[in-house]
Design a binder for this molecule. Structure first.
Ligand SMILES: Nc1ncnc2c1ncn2[C@@H]1O[C@H](COP(=O)(O)OP(=O)(O)OP(=O)(O)O)[C@@H](O)[C@H]1O
Length: 230
């Protein structure tokens, strides 16, 4: 059975000012699957995530998305100072701002969503800890919970495994698989061949173009390859 499509990109060009970084990306992202965005430094992975997140407008091409919920762009733990005087729960609650506006008090429903999101990624027991007390892996999971608290059906992550040890990276890949099984579409940029191999689908970028059909750094890069069973 063919996977459903969450995102269809046709001829997406995007860049910064006069500089074009993406030169016509045509690709699909399957719904409720894990897609890895793979490519060397500077190949355009973060730029493509920005386009998918809606924070960078393409200069040409079209982007269609099933579902009407706003995508959640999950920050990278190395990009957010852990010295912020916030508890893990506060950080996850920030995910509700997208719904409420930061000036509104959280409702009981918001708090329930925050608690569920933390539960989902196994950080419920860390709720009262200060961010600065968390390991890199715990912090990254808190940020994923922040994305989940937005109740988005599309999570976009830029190198979530960066700077984490093997166990912590493994944990995150397991969480991705569980979320996908629950219907969440995941797109994550990665340098890690292991993480890319574990995804359901891969998009390989080279110098702002999609590479397809070449001898792959295993497994194949055909559209929508299915690996293993769910
Ligand atoms: N805000 C910006 N303004 C101008 N150029 C940018 C900006 N952000 C990225 N670029 C350029 O766009 C190109 C693609 O960068 P991008 O961050 O999308 O690649 P990447 O594949 O995510 O790389 P990395 O793996 O290093 O994160 C690079 O040449 C980069 O210098």
């Amino acid at each position: 059975m063919m996977d459903e499509t969450a995102i269809t990109m046709r001829g997406i060009r995007a860049g910064y000012g006069a500089r074009t970084v993406l030169h016509g990306i045509t690709a699909r992202v399957p719904r409720a699957r894990v897609t890895a965005l793979v490519g060397h430094n500077g190949s355009g992975k973060s730029t493509l995530l920005g386009v998918l997140a809606g924070s960078l407008a393409p200069s040409a091409g079209t982007l269609e998305r099933s579902g009407d919920r706003r995508p959640a762009l999950v920050l990278q733990h190395t990009d957010v100072p852990a010295a912020l005087p916030l508890t893990a729960r506060d950080a996850v609650a920030m995910g509700r701002w997208a719904h409420r506006g930061w000036w509104r008090r959280l409702t009981g429903h918001d708090r329930a969503v925050v608690a569920q999101s933390m539960e989902r990624v196994g950080v419920a027991d860390l709720a009262r800890r200060q961010l600065g007390e968390l390991s890199g892996g715990q912090y990254q999971r808190v940020l994923i919970a922040q994305g989940l608290a937005q109740r988005s059906d599309l999570l976009l992550l830029d190198e979530p495994g960066a700077g984490l040890d093997q166990d912590a990276r493994e944990r995150i890949l397991e969480i991705f698989a569980e979320l996908a099984a629950d219907g969440v579409t995941i797109v994550h940029a990665t340098h890690d061949a292991g993480a890319a191999g574990r995804a359901d689908h891969r998009l390989l970028l080279r110098e702002g173009r999609l590479v397809t059909g070449e001898p792959a750094p295993e497994p194949s890069l055909e559209p929508f390859p299915r690996q293993g069973q769910r």
